[in-house]
Write a protein that binds this ligand. Structure first.
Ligand code: C5P
Length: 325
């Protein structure tokens, strides 16, 4: 005779062992470098905004097996320690004493080495996902402290994803540090949440990959002519004043990348020539160029033309706080 089906057993059977996170990309509305920090990093001041282009990161726990397994739909990406999502799982295994096998499957859409924080987002998904799946009850602050060890952009990704996933629960979602737009200082990890802004976004990536350390190194020899006024930019966001925003959409790494990769400069001038944008800028350490548009029609027009030229072209929107999945 089969054993009676107790409530405890039912709970055990129903406990989910898989979670799928949306690992969003970010754009830089600005990027300024103020100097060098004692640890060799550059001291930055930048405004970051989450956008609705995302990778799917599925995390599954497999009992009675050990280790970490990573798979992605981009065959050229490493699946071992060199993958930042793997490193995030390893870190959580260490701090959380996870015994099961952690299997991570990443469906990538966000271009890689593009200045869009794609890899960092994947790591943030693993941290938030495992914390939730295992009921580890780590606060957003604690996760951010761990995320910082993996990479500077991981911290902002945690902040954005925390605000964008209803199922993570109010403790994480309503944490004062959760949000889809922020001023980032220091290494890029000291974050102050800001009000975001609604816009259509066209992203277009020239077919070159930018190494962040290389671009920062080249920056050291650069004479900066134009810097963003981040305070004015923040004011613009608060007042929804596009003049103030556009004027301060400046990235001091742009010229470095444009000198290294002429195609990035060409891409920006092409997007400018198509018109209709509130602002056009390179994101992060490049080479992705993005434009912000108020009208979907204008954005679609640029998207169609750029998509014909560059395969990695996307039409999306900025994330809005309160949006829930
Ligand atoms: O923090 P993350 O691992 O993404 O940084 C990669 C590299 O980019 C660093 O090792 C450093 O060379 C450079 N970087 C920097 N200053 C920053 C962020 C990154 O010099 N604020």
């Amino acid at each position: 005779m089969p054993a009676p089906f107790t409530l405890k057993k039912l709970e055990k059977t129903m406990k989910p062992n898989i979670i799928t996170m949306k690992s969003f990309a970010k754009i830089n509305l600005s990027l300024d470098v103020l100097g060098k920090l004692p640890d060799g990093y550059h001291e930055v001041e930048m405004v970051l905004h989450q956008i609705e282009l995302y990778d799917d990161v599925s995390i599954r726990l497999i009992p009675d097996e050990k280790g970490i397994e990573v798979s992605t739909n981009r065959k050229y990406l490493p699946r071992d320690q060199r993958n930042i999502a793997y490193q995030a799982a390893d870190l959580m295994r260490e701090v959380g004493g996870i015994r099961e096998k952690i299997r991570i499957d990443i469906k990538k859409r966000i271009p890689v080495t593009a200045g869009l924080g794609g890899g960092s987002g994947n790591a943030a998904s693993v941290l938030l996902g495992l914390n939730h799946l295992l009921g580890m009850k780590m606060s957003l602050e604690q996760l951010m402290t761990h995320g910082e060890k993996l990479g500077s952009d991981v911290v902002f990704s945690l902040m954005g994803q925390a605000a964008s996933h209803d199922f993570l629960g109010d403790e994480i979602r309503r944490d004062p540090k959760a949000g889809i737009c922020a001023l980032a200082k220091g290494r890029g990890t000291q974050l102050s949440p800001l009000q975001g802004i609604k816009a259509y976004v066209v992203l277009t990536k020239p077919p070159v990959g930018c190494s962040t350390p290389e671009i920062y190194k080249l920056f050291d020899k650069e004479i900066v002519e134009t810097r963003p006024n981040n305070q004015e930019l923040i004011d613009g966001l608060r007042k929804k004043n596009w003049d103030l925003i556009s004027k301060n959409m400046v990235n001091v790494l742009e010229n470095v990348v444009f000198k290294r990769y002429a195609i990035a400069m060409y891409t920006k001038s092409k997007v400018i020539s198509l018109g209709g944008a509130q602002g056009i800028l390179m994101s992060g350490s490049g080479p992705t160029i993005y434009g912000l548009y108020l009208e979907e029609e204008e954005a679609r027009k640029t998207y169609k033309i750029m998509k014909n030229e560059l395969r990695e072209t996307f039409l999306t929107q900025t994330s809005v706080l309160g949006y829930s999945i």
